[in-house]
Structures are given as C-alpha cells and as structure tokens.
Design a protein around this ligand. Sequence first.
Ligand SMILES: [Zn+2]
Ligand SMILES: [Zn+2]
Length: 268
Amino acid sequence: MAPVTRIDAIRYARHERPAAENFAAPVDDHDLPMPLDYFVWAIHREGEHPVIVDTGFGEQAAVARGRIITRPLIEGLRDAGIDHLSVEHVILTHLHYDHAGSLSTFPNATFHVQDAEMAFATGRQMCDHGVRGPFDGEPVAQLVRRLYADHVVFHDGDEDFAPGIRLALAQGHTAGLMVVVCDTARGPVVLASDAAHLYANITRAIPFPIFVDEADYAAAQDKVMTLAGGSLDHVIPGHDPLVLACFPCENDIARVDLAPHRPILEAL
Ligand SMILES: [Zn+2]
Ligand SMILES: [Zn+2]
C-alpha cells in the first residue's frame, strides 16, 4: 500500500477577478473571468494524524482584501473528518497571508517552515511595501511566538518529512517557498502551492504577477513538473478552480490522491 492513502484539497475561499490579474505578461483573454480558489490540503496516512499543508486565512483578512470565505476552515476540516485541535503538524509552504494567515486554527500543532522563508518574512525585504503586500504582520509575529514556545521546526532545502511525504524548495514566488511531494497509489502528487497558482501559469509559461525572482520562479515550475513525473495530472496548483472541477469532489473537498476525471491538459 502506498504510504499516502488520501489527500484532500479543501476549498475555503474565492476571489473573482479577470485573467489579466493572474499573469505577469499580457494575455489574449485578459478581460475574461478567471477566479482564484483558496485551499488547505490534508495528507492522510494509515494510522497517523493527517498532516495539514497551510492554514488559510480568517474573516478579518478576507474583509481587508475583498476575498469571500466560502466555508470557514474549521468547518471544512470537520467535513473532511479532521478535528483542528488534534492536528499535530502543519507544513507552511510559504508565509503569505493566504497560506499562513490562520495559525490560531491549530493551537496544538508544530509548524514547519523553510529557513529562507522565515528569514525573508522577518527581514529587511519586508521594508519594501510591494514585496510585503501579500504578507500580514500579525500571523508572522504569531509564528515567531510559536517558535519561542518550541512549536516551529525549520527545514533547509529538500528534505524527507515523513514516510511518503517529502519537502522540496521551489523558491521564486517567495524566497523560501516549498512544495510537498506525496507518494500515493497513483504515483507522486505534488502540492505545488504558489509555485503555480494555476495550471495555466505552467502551460502558458507566464508567471503569476507576484515573484521575487523570475528565473527562480521558472526553475521552480520545472522542478515541480520533474517531481510530478512530467504530468500536469500529478500537479496540484495553489489556486486553480480546475482542482474542484477535475478531481473527484464532494462538498468543495477534492480527492487529489485520485486521478482526475479526464486529463488536465484537456480541461485547459
Ligand atoms: Zn503566495
Ligand atoms: Zn497563494
């Protein structure tokens, strides 16, 4: 049996926007709707508590940034059979508000972060208001407090996390973004987070317009595709509504350990 028995992509929020906002270069369909979905992921293994990837954000950030919470995360986790209070490990792919904005949802968890991401989010680059825009100070401060309470574990580059779960540094969107590679019955599944907001950021080879290093961003997507065995069906982007549309899905929870209904390339 494969080490990872189930992966839930739990959608909790949405943002309606035109395609132009999702690409750093002009696109033909610039004024057509291309909404973003917001997810937290849960990795299940036999006999283990699920490992959660990212925390999402709460109502305050949703109001401040004009995002719509489609279902509070605690309810989404409960609908996936997960008690947020029993979660022991949360992997933070990076520290943008929509990925690390709700640490308090997991009061008993240890948080896992890349060295480079913590240094980035607490260092001089946050003096640049453009770079700082997708970060919220309070959750980053909470993470520092969790560090002082012995509830943060640092990772440096590519590392084994647990049987069937590997971490891979894929910086470029931020200085220390990591993706999570899961060994499932259908092969590797790469939780790509914001290494690719949308499948189209990969297929069009145009970055989402938030990055600290464009060459690193492109290399990160190449690395994601390599880790996924060259197949988009094995890549789970951070914000693509196609995840709910293409994978077996119930109640806004997609089973991304299972194969999509049809190849992703056909759905694009
Ligand atoms: Zn991000
Ligand atoms: Zn994001």
